[in-house]
Design a protein around this ligand. Structure first.
Ligand SMILES: Cc1cc2nc3c(=O)[nH]c(=O)nc-3n(C[C@H](O)[C@H](O)[C@H](O)COP(=O)(O)OP(=O)(O)OC[C@H]3O[C@@H](n4cnc5c(N)ncnc54)[C@H](O)[C@@H]3O)c2cc1C
Length: 303
């Protein structure tokens, strides 16, 4: 612990479970909301000077938080860092803005390219960090630049400079994406709305709705033994649909989705993941790797 006083607004032992969509996990040692650049900079300088680790939580829609909580400082963006501004064919937004809201704003303006975002319940910052994509939509195709804040200051990166790969970018621990600019293409607003409605319908058909989950648990494997099967199909064919450990259950509808049935802990989720992974390895010889990100000391038994 540091003897330096934290900046105003930093809270201690702040519960994080409700900031994640699966609703598990403990508290942050330090937690702060940041609504402008200066606050982010001040928080990062304090953390750097005090040798405290910094993490960011977006919508928590791809996050597994340790039951024992998270050491260091956890930051959440809001206020002007969650605002959405339309500038002709561009949308500039704070990285705390929710991607579905940005996609809806683009659609209302008759701009195409971000429709895929309506089905991704994360923030723009989380989408950049995770290189979030859906259906034929691709973040890198519409992203013009992002601004990233670290203890070293502010930096702008283009998609080419973000090291995008499947569900990966080069946004490093301690770096906070604070702003992004999308460059979109004018289209017929009705066509954009129809496209969005089609994507929503496909989602409703394929995935469970209204459950506490972090979306895809494992990445789709890229190895010959999977024979083109998705992680969900491999889990389903290994008998995982409905499989439960404690309060965590693989969805009946989509086996790559884990559901918190009400009382799940992160330990339950990890144990269920280990069992699903074991079954897939035994049946197909495929080693599934987590897509879900961790915050705090979450240990996967196979790593
Ligand atoms: C029902 C459901 C459906 C989903 N469908 C899809 C889908 O179709 N495609 C897809 O790609 N994903 C999907 N996801 C997963 C998830 O929504 C995405 O990965 C999303 O981009 C995560 O954003 P987030 O703000 O929730 O990030 P979080 O879950 O809060 O965080 C994820 C990671 O990003 C980091 N992070 C968050 N914000 C920032 C920031 N500002 N700066 C730096 N790092 C940051 C966190 O530290 C963490 O490492 C789905 C999830 C759910 C629950």
């Amino acid at each position: 612990m540091s003897d330096k006083q934290p900046p105003a607004g930093v809270k201690e032992r702040f519960p994080l479970a409700r900031l994640s969509t699966v609703r598990t996990g403990g508290a942050a040692e330090h937690f702060a909301r940041a609504s402008d650049d200066a606050t982010v900079q001040e928080l990062l300088s304090w953390a750097y000077g005090a040798d405290i680790e910094v993490s960011v939580v977006g919508s928590g829609s791809n996050l597994l938080i340790a039951d024992d909580g998270v050491r260091g400082l956890v930051v959440k963006l809001d206020g002007s860092l969650a605002a959405i501004e339309l500038e002709g064919e561009r949308i500039r937004c704070g990285a705390g803005a929710r991607l579905p809201a940005v996609a809806a704003r683009a659609a209302r303006a008759g701009l195409t390219g971000l429709e895929f975002g309506v089905n991704i319940p994360g923030t723009v910052g989380g989408a950049v960090k995770m290189n979030a994509n859906a259906y034929e939509g691709e973040l890198a195709r519409v992203l013009e630049w992002v601004e990233i804040c670290s203890a070293d200051g502010l930096e702008r990166r283009t998609p080419h400079e973000l090291g995008f790969a499947y569900r990966r970018s080069n946004v490093a621990p301690g770096e906070v994406v604070i702003r992004a600019c999308f460059s979109l293409t004018p289209s017929d607003p009705e066509a954009v709305a129809t496209n969005i409605a089609g994507m929503r319908a496909r989602r409703r058909e394929a995935q469970p709705q209204g459950i506490r989950t972090f979306g895809s648990t494992f990445k789709n494997p890229d190895e010959p033994r999977a024979r083109g099967r998705s992680a969900g199909l491999l889990l389903a064919e290994s008998g995982c649909n409905g499989l439960q450990v404690g309060g965590a259950r693989f969805s009946e509808k989509h086996a790559n989705f884990i559901e918190n049935t009400g009382s799940a802990t992160t330990a339950d989720v990890v144990a269920l993941m280990a069992e699903g992974r074991r079954r897939v390895r035994e049946r197909f010889g495929v080693e599934l790797e987590p897509e879900v990100q961790t915050l705090g000391e979450v240990r996967f038994p196979w790593q």
